[in-house]
Ligand binder design. Structure first.
Ligand code: ZN
Length: 86
């Protein structure tokens, strides 16, 4: 069975492999990307969904913990790095 997940910005349903997985780890409540166990939020790897999420602070709400601007910057950098690979 495929694991379908939902983007916190655009609500697109797709296989979890296409999304960033943002994890709030337990018990130390760190915010991590693509690793760790804990509450997870999924986000399309697109600028549109990232900016929408940042504007409405959707990651903080989805994870029920404050997500810093720095973390959004890390995701933006991931997008830039991904483009460089192509
Ligand atoms: Zn999306």
């Amino acid at each position: 069975m495929r694991s379908q997940r939902c983007c916190i910005s655009c609500r697109l349903m797709a296989d979890k492999s296409v999304f960033w997985r943002v994890v709030r780890t337990v018990p130390d409540r760190q915010i991590q990307l693509n690793s760790g166990m804990g509450r997870s939020a999924y986000l399309c790897k697109t600028e549109a969904c990232l900016l929408a999420a940042e504007k409405k602070d959707r990651l903080s709400r989805a994870l029920k913990t404050p997500v810093s601007k720095d973390f959004y910057q890390i995701l933006k950098q991931q997008l830039l790095d991904g483009q460089a690979d192509r």
